[in-house]
Design a protein around this ligand. Structure first.
Ligand code: ADP
Ligand code: MG
Ligand code: MG
Length: 877
């Protein structure tokens, strides 16, 4: 049987999201629920994939089916494309499986031409409406399909308004709009070199191609990478007869949420505009009315709409985000989806749905996007400082959180400044999809125009970035990179602070404080902990980090890096002495000076962890990182060592490595200088004995981790040093202390020989940062320079340092587990690379049977939730 590439709305349902995209599947579902939906069709995501396979062409078979379905919807709606009596106009909309703001804009009123517009004008007795539709269509088609650029058309509109002495689009009359349509077509011809297409079927096919094309635009590619959406999914295209919200004062259009997407509060939230078409509400051209006001404007329609909202929410058992249009007092539903929401709202809604009996706790846990939690873990304004500050302006609190940074005016600047470590607040008239990367780089976004559903607001909430939108008091001068507010002028680089919850804007810097887990966040996390099997530890080197991580639910330290314990001012001199020393005795003497400091550090860590496991990794970085670079410091060192400056310089030169990442580091340091491992062992064991003595009810059991092992003999060698030292310490103290010696698996050879290594190791911990760079053979510090080219060419879809490469690196991990476990049944296994806090990587770790993941403190809750979701997903299979 031939492939079915096209589905009528009534042929689909909500479960067909993969094939029909989210928008298409939900249009189908709403149709099945008997809601008023203009009846159209969906071209499948498979057709998109096929389009790319065919070399960016819509093949004859697909074109044929599209034509067939046009005939079907002409029949259903009693209107015909290009007809002189009853012309059909449609919208063409993209719709991927997951909603994607980076994709193509919608085209409305497709099917219009010189003749059709006259028919509409005459038949409706509303020529203003007919010409308004036509000029909108030319504008959108030119911009979206032919990429002419919005601004040329906006300039023409502005000029027209000026000539007519009016400020609003709605004040332009039929003749003005007709004139505009003609100007637009002339503009099109000037830019494209061809006449504006008049055949509706040609218009449609071009528009469909543009949707397919947009799947591969740079914005979409960036969005996919950030949101873990595979390129292979493709987008569907929805073709839907128009409902006209621009027919006059009995028509309008709006968007609404069944619950507040910012706070989660259970109340209808939304905005609408009379005599307008869909994108007007979102674009913030006119300021929309609150949805409650619809009760006064059109009470019957409002009642009907509330009924639809309740029906949809009960059906989907989740907060809905809906788009509707009223055409001459008749309500049409154009879209519904599970609404995007802030992390705060997500938690509240999930808990409320459980309390309302709509969802189980398991479902509530599964509903929350772990990536979203990030925002809650971001700083908030310090309450005292906030109280003392006076806002200089107010917009809408569009996406919560606190942001403080330097003002920038373009997305490019935000990206550039952000890349060089500056904290910036992006201030714009309004944002558009081209701004995504800049918005991502900013701490916060402030816009002059636009409501709660403006582009800036929706995208910021999705990214978890703080956003204040629609501060109309700002006098913006984008061209000169300045704005005025409260009588002050702000230039690029000036500090401002914005509060995405209240919408307040402040001059200068307001200090921020860290967030905590409480209320609904705590409830969800408690449920998550019930369901998850993976333990979650943290990567922490200091008691402060460890304490934070414990507050956020860490069950131990999976990686304590000890390098900073050598760097601090009071220790670095001694460590440099050890590097310069000529004999073992001299080296031991130098290290002896560091020992008490390090022991003190470990004691504080054990105290902070209150008996939870602590994995301490022995010194890892190459020695050259510790030697001085400044002339002055070199001289000092020479003096302290009784050596000549030349000698010291020669020594420093000798430490130079061509490829330090693969050089003299990790356990190789302990092989050449066993004294270092000896000193670190003493520090660990003495600290543990002391803390154990002070807290009889804790179990302090040191886990000593040897990094960068590639051969069993290497581990044996270092382990012998550790064990001899440790046992001697324990005996000398007359203590009874258990300890473990394990290794990182971060070199492919270690993974491949894990059956040998497991004989000597009490535990494995996958150091997936190094394992990734060693497996791919490119350095984490250099990959940034060429990874973009890899994304552009689709060789990579993701940064393998952020998202674990399950195919290659993952296979090595699985291999190591399969080889190691049978040899040593006590072997426990974890991961401590950056990946330990990445949700999809955590899911993988669950699947391959790790005991724990370890991640930075602020990602601990994300890992807890992701681990629970992995367990829930597995139990549902
Ligand atoms: P997005 O995914 O960005 O929301 P949509 O495809 O939903 O884009 O459409 C953008 C706007 O156009 C929305 O406000 C929507 O309601 C409106 N729209 C889309 N199709 C139609 C239609 N057939 N009739 C009237 N308005 C429409
Ligand atoms: Mg929409
Ligand atoms: Mg490493």
């Amino acid at each position: 049987m031939a492939t079915k590439w096209v589905y009528l709305f009534k042929e689909g349902n909500a479960d067909m999201r993969n094939l029909l995209g989210g928008k298409g599947a939900n249009l189908a579902e709403m149709t099945n629920l008997g809601l008023p939906v203009p009846q159209g069709f969906t071209i499948t995501t498979e057709a998109c994939t096929q389009y790319y396979e065919d070399g960016r062409k819509i093949n004859d078979e697909i074109q044929g089916q599209i034509m067939e379905y046009i005939a079907k919807i002409e029949e259903i709606n009693g209107k015909k494309f290009g007809d002189k009596e009853n012309p059909l106009l449609v919208s063409v909309r993209s719709g991927a499986r997951a909603s994607m703001p980076g994709m193509m804009d919608t085209i409305l009123n497709l099917g219009l031409n010189e003749d059709v517009v006259e028919v509409l004008a005459k038949k409706s007795g509303n020529p203003r409406w007919a010409w308004d539709c036509y000029r909108r269509f030319i504008q959108m088609f030119s911009d979206v399909v032919m990429e002419v650029g919005k601004k040329y058309f906006e300039e023409l509109i502005d000029k027209m308004k000026e000539e007519k002495g009016v400020t609003q689009d709605v004040e332009l009359d039929a003749d003005d709009l007709k004139e505009l349509a003609n100007q637009f077509k002339a503009e099109y011809k000037a830019k494209i070199g061809e006449d504006f297409p008049s055949d509706p079927k040609v218009q449609l096919m071009e528009a469909i191609k543009a949707v397919f094309r947009s799947w591969d635009n740079p914005r979409a590619n960036v969005y996919r990478r950030d949101n873990d959406i595979p390129y292979s999914w493709g987008t569907a295209v929805n073709v839907q007869p128009m409902a006209f919200g621009n027919m006059g004062e009995t028509s309008g259009t709006g968007v609404a949420f069944t619950r507040d997407p910012a706070t989660g509060e259970k109340k209808l939230m939304g905005e609408f505009l009379m005599n307008a078409q869909g994108e007007d509400v979102v674009a913030g051209v006119r300021t929309p009315q609150k949805i409650e006001q619809l009760a006064e404007v059109m009470p019957e329609v409002f009642e009907q709409f509330k009924g639809v909202c309740a029906k949809l929410e009960n059906h989907y058992r989740d907060m809905q985000d809906m788009e509707f249009t009223i055409e001459d007092r008749k309500l049409y539903m154009l879209q519904t989806r599970n609404g995007k929401r802030t992390a705060q709202a997500a938690l509240k809604i999930a808990c409320d749905l459980v309390d309302e009996g709509m969802r189980t706790p398991q479902e509530a846990v599964a509903m929350i996007d772990p990536r979203n939690l990030d925002t809650l873990l971001h700083p908030q304004f310090d309450a005292k400082a906030l109280k003392a500050a006076t806002p200089m302006g107010k917009g809408l609190g569009a996406s919560p959180g606190a942001a403080c940074g330097k003002v920038v005016f373009t997305a490019e600047d935000a990206k550039e400044w952000g890349a060089s470590g500056e904290k910036v607040v992006l201030v714009r008239l309004e944002t558009s999809p081209e701004d995504i990367e800049g918005m991502k780089a900013a701490q916060g976004i402030l816009t002059v125009r636009g409501g709660m559903t403006s582009h800036a607001a929706v995208v910021a909430r999705g990214m978890g970035t703080c956003c204040v939108s629609g501060c109309g008091d700002i006098k913006m001068d984008e061209a000169n990179k300045k704005f005025e507010l409260a009588g002050k002028t702000f230039h690029e680089g000036d500090f401002i602070s914005i509060d995405g919850s209240t919408g307040n804007i402040y001059e200068g810097i307001i200090p921020t404080v860290d967030a905590t887990i409480a209320g609904e966040f705590g409830r969800i996390m408690a449920w998550a902990d019930e369901f998850r099997k993976l333990k979650v530890r943290t990567n922490a080197d200091t008691p402060a980090d460890a304490k934070k991580a414990r507050e956020l639910g860490a069950e131990g330290i999976g990686l304590c890096r000890t390098e900073h314990m050598f760097f601090e001012a009071d220790r670095i001199a001694a460590f440099r002495e050890m590097i310069c020393a000529d004999t073992v005795e001299e080296r031991e003497e130098a290290l002896e000076k560091i020992l008490p400091y390090q022991q003190g550090d470990f004691e504080k860590l054990y105290e902070a962890l209150e008996g939870c496991p602590v994995t301490i990794r022995f010194l890892d970085p190459p020695l050259h990182e510790f030697v001085p670079t400044e002339e002055e410091d070199i001289e000092k060192l020479a003096k302290a060592q009784n050596k000549s400056v030349e000698d010291i310089k020669a020594l420093i030169d000798s430490l130079h490595e061509f490829n330090p990442m693969m050089g003299h580091r990790g356990c190789r340091l302990a092989v050449t200088y066993p004294e270092i491992a000896k000193m670190q062992t003493k520090a660990v064991i003495r600290a543990a004995i002391n803390v154990q003595k002070a807290h009889a009810d804790w179990t302090v059991k040191p886990e000593i981790m040897i990094p960068l092992v590639c051969d069993i003999k290497e581990l044996k060698f270092v382990k012998k040093v550790v064990v001899e030292t440790a046992d001697a310490e324990i005996a000398a103290a007359g203590a009874n202390l258990q300890y473990e010696v394990g290794t990182m698996i971060e070199i492919p050879r270690a993974a491949l020989t894990a059956d040998e290594i497991a004989n000597e190791a009490d535990f494995f911990c996958f150091g997936t940062n190094d394992l990734t760079q060693m497996t791919f053979g490119f350095s984490r510090d250099d990959a940034g320079k060429f990874l973009d080219a890899y994304y552009d060419t689709k060789i990579f879809e993701n940064d393998p340092f952020a998202k674990l490469d399950q195919t290659g690196v993952g296979k090595l991990m699985e291999t190591a587990i399969k080889l190691g476990k049978p040899v040593n049944d006590k072997l426990h296994i974890g991961i401590c690379g950056e990946h330990g806090g990445d949700p999809s990587s955590v899911e993988f770790c669950h699947k391959i049977g790790l005991d724990y993941v370890s991640c930075s403190p602020f990602r601990v809750p994300i890992a807890r939730l992701a681990a629970a979701q992995a367990a829930i997903a597995e139990s549902r299979q």
